[in-house]
Design a protein around this ligand. Structure first.
Ligand SMILES: NC(=O)c1ccc[n+]([C@@H]2O[C@H](COP(=O)([O-])OP(=O)(O)OC[C@H]3O[C@@H](n4cnc5c(N)ncnc54)[C@H](O)[C@@H]3O)[C@@H](O)[C@H]2O)c1
Length: 409
């Protein structure tokens, strides 16, 4: 294991922490904190959510993440991980990793000041010489803004931008297997930030901060564009009475250049859409490809409803949505298109029933059995494995192609 040097004992526990992770109880910060602790680093999680901090200290994950809970228990037992809401914790380690959320607002504008503003509380406790690693996905230029903000407060800090690239649910393997991009302005900062990520992997890729900021946005935008291509192809095939999944399987068979054509489905969640909007805003909204992808992906629930309406009088029917999370085997409903579908159907159908075996934060959900018993039509919202073998008597709109042989929209 790479060891980190220069930490100072924190006042509350007397522990010497190697890393403080600000936003460390979130979907990205917590797996990262756990992985660093699992490899021997002493990690203090700092988060404004009292509930999440209490859960972490009690060994409970505030959300689903495969394989993370046993590792959290081990890290707590070994004393290598604790969580706190105390902003003063930011001064207790040599390295501060910042991984707070960076959503776009209701008008799809990114907020470049989100990170500098959220650092206001902790920066009063920071000291010159610390290394600050920005891990959130940021609007390009934010690293420089943070550097300037610290300098204006008289703090001489090393700042690096090292984007998180895991997919939710796969963090506990991908944190050790994916190369880590380290964006820094000098050899010294590159070396310091690389030393932190060498705890996880030897695969370090060096860039300037501005290159690294775009590298992260291009990564997520590329994925969003690919989903849009598939969803557009799906709508074309389906509107002509053809089976997209059958066509996709055929064109990809033993054909290397088409292996990366994804299946159709709701392309949603907390990152891909908002990072496409971040890139659009960065390029003064001259981003036709990104905006087209947004129209296609966000339009898919409407397409499903239109197709249902072409065959059924929805105003007389109960529609059931199977799966409200934004993706399979997840409890995360952030920016889930199942909820957009629900809003549209609430207006057009007689009744809407929603179910999800993973989601715990929505009191309106009903058991699967209720949906199967009472719905006249079903729509697969999230392709959870639990639905794969269903053979309902009612017609199913199945954009994902999950229920082989199910009725397609
Ligand atoms: N979720 C993903 O799969 C994923 C993957 C790669 C990158 N990212 C990026 O990582 C960042 C974080 O995303 P997330 O999904 O973990 O968000 P999240 O909302 O799950 O976590 C953010 C955490 O930050 C805390 N927080 C907010 N303001 C704070 C402050 N001032 N001080 C301390 N804590 C604060 C919140 O309480 C929360 O626990 C975003 O920029 C996102 O785009 C997310």
């Amino acid at each position: 294991m790479t060891t980190l040097t220069g930490s100072q004992p924190s006042e509350d526990t007397g522990t010497q922490w190697d890393v403080v992770v600000v936003g460390g109880a979130g979907h990205v910060g917590l797996p990262l904190s756990i992985a660093l602790a699992a490899r021997g680093a002493r990690v203090l999680v700092c988060d404004i959510s009292e509930t999440a901090v209490a859960m972490v200290n009690a060994g409970k994950l505030p959300f689903l993440e495969d394989g993370a809970e046993p590792e959290l228990a081990r890290a707590l037992d070994s004393g290598r991980l604790r969580a706190t809401t105390d902003p003063a914790s930011a001064g207790t380690a040599e390295t501060v990793i910042v991984v707070i959320g960076t959503p776009v607002d209701e008008h799809l504008n990114p907020d470049p000041h989100a990170i500098p503003t959220s650092l206001a509380d902790v920066s009063g406790h920071m000291r010159s010489g610390q290394l600050v690693i920005l891990r959130s996905t940021v609007y390009p230029g934010v690293t420089q803004l943070v550097e300037r903000t610290f300098a204006n407060r008289g703090l001489d800090l090393d700042v690096a931008f090292c984007p998180e690239r895991i997919a939710e649910g796969h963090a506990m393997t991908e944190l050790y297997s994916l190369p880590q991009i380290v964006g820094a302005r000098s050899d010294r900062v590159h070396k310091r930030a690389a030393e932190v990520f060498r705890i996880l992997t030897d695969k370090i890729v060096e860039l300037d901060p501005e290159e690294a900021e775009l590298a992260k946005l291009f990564t997520n935008n590329w994925r969003y564009l690919k989903f849009a291509a598939s969803n557009q192809f799906y709508m074309i095939a389906n509107s002509h009475g053809l089976d997209f999944e059958r066509i996709r399987a055929a064109l990809a068979e033993d054909y290397p250049r088409a292996q990366d054509l994804p299946g159709a489905g709701f392309a949603a969640g907390p990152c891909l859409f908002k990072d496409t909007m971040q890139l659009a805003a960065f390029n003064d909204n001259n981003y036709f490809l990104g905006h087209s992808a947004m129209l296609v992906n966000e339009g898919l629930p409407l397409y499903v409803v239109q197709q249902l309406e072409a065959k059924h009088d929805l105003s007389e029917l109960t529609v059931g949505i199977l799966g409200m999370a934004f993706k399979a085997q997840s409890d995360d409903i952030r920016s889930s298109l199942s909820y957009k579908l629900k809003r549209i159907l609430n207006f057009r159908a007689k009744r809407v029933l929603c179910t999800d075996p993973y989601v715990t934060v929505d009191a309106d959900l009903v058991p699967l059995e209720t949906v199967l018993a009472e719905a006249d039509l079903l729509v697969v919202g999230a392709p959870h494995q639990q639905y794969r073998d269903l053979q309902p008597d009612t017609p199913v709109a199945d954009v994902w192609g999950l229920l082989g042989g199910g009725v397609r929209v």
